[in-house]
Design a binder for this molecule. Structure first.
Ligand SMILES: *[C@@H]1O[C@H](CO)[C@@H](O)[C@H](O)[C@H]1NC(C)=O
Length: 212
C-alpha cells in the first residue's frame, strides 16, 4: 500500500462524526448584528455553549453590496473553510437596515439576489446559512416586534444604547435580542439545543410579552 492511499483515512480519523461536532457561528450583517449596538456580541458571550465558538462580522453601516465589496464576506468565507472540518458552521445573515434606505441604491430585486448569493456561497462552503429578519426599529418584524409591542415603548427604550436612539442596543439589549435569536434558532434547528445555553427565565418573559 502506498502512503498516498493511506492519507485520506489518516486525515479523516481525528474528525468527529458530524452530529458531535460543535458549532462555529459566523455572524454576517449590518449594525443590528455588529459589536456596539447589535445582538452579535451578546450572542457569542451568553448563548454559545462550551466547545462551540464564533466570530461577529457584523459591520455598522454595511449594506449587502459593501459587505461583499469590503473584506468582511471574504474573511467570513475563509473562516468557513478553516472551521468546516472541526465544526458545523452556521452563518447568520441579517441585512436590511441600511439597504432599505432610499439612498442605498439597492433595489428590492438586487437585495434579494445579494442575500441569495451569500446563502448559496455559504452552502457551497458546507456551511448552513440562516437568513434573519432584522431587529425591530419601530416597524413590525416577527417575534421581536410582537414582544416590543407587547411591553410598550417605555419598557423597550431601556435596550437603547443612547436615549431616544432606537437603532443601537446597549449591552443588555444585545443579550436580550440574542436570546430571541437563539430561541428562534433552536425552534428551527433542534440539533442546536445542545450547542447553545438556555435562560428559561428570560425566554419565559419574552414568550409572555413581559419586560425583561
Ligand atoms: C437570565 O435572565 C434573567 C432574567 O432576564 C437575567 O436576570 C439573568 O441575568 C439571565 N442569566 C444569564 C446567565 O444571562
Amino acid at each position: 500500500m502506498t502512503l498516498a492511499s493511506l492519507l485520506p483515512v489518516a486525515l479523516a480519523s481525528p474528525l468527529l462524526p458530524s452530529e458531535d461536532k460543535p458549532v462555529y457561528w459566523l455572524l454576517a450583517g449590518d449594525l443590528k448584528t455588529a459589536p456596539k449596538g447589535g445582538w452579535g456580541d451578546g450572542f457569542l458571550a451568553t448563548t454559545v455553549a462550551t466547545r462551540s465558538s464564533g466570530h461577529n462580522y457584523g459591520h455598522s453601516g454595511a449594506i449587502t453590496a459593501s459587505f461583499r465589496a469590503g473584506s468582511n464576506w471574504g474573511k467570513a468565507t475563509k473562516h468557513m473553510q478553516t472551521y468546516k472540518d472541526r465544526y458545523r458552521v452556521y452563518v447568520t445573515i441579517q441585512f436590511v437596515h441600511n439597504d432599505q434606505k432610499d439612498t442605498s441604491g439597492v433595489s428590492l430585486d438586487q437585495y434579494k439576489a445579494k442575500l441569495k448569493s451569500f446563502a448559496d456561497e455559504a452552502k457551497t462552503a458546507v456551511a448552513e446559512p440562516v437568513l434573519l429578519t432584522p431587529v425591530t426599529r419601530r416597524e413590525l418584524f416577527r417575534e421581536q416586534s410582537r414582544y416590543v409591542n407587547a411591553i410598550g415603548k417605555a419598557a423597550a427604550s431601556k435596550y437603547n444604547l443612547v436615549e431616544n436612539d432606537w437603532m443601537h442596543l446597549d449591552e443588555w439589549g444585545g443579550v436580550f435580542f440574542a436570546r430571541i435569536v437563539t430561541d428562534l434558532l433552536v425552534e428551527k434547528y433542534r440539533e442546536l439545543q445542545q450547542f447553545t445555553t438556555d435562560n428559561s427565565t428570560l425566554s419565559a418573559l419574552i414568550k409572555q410579552g413581559k419586560p425583561a
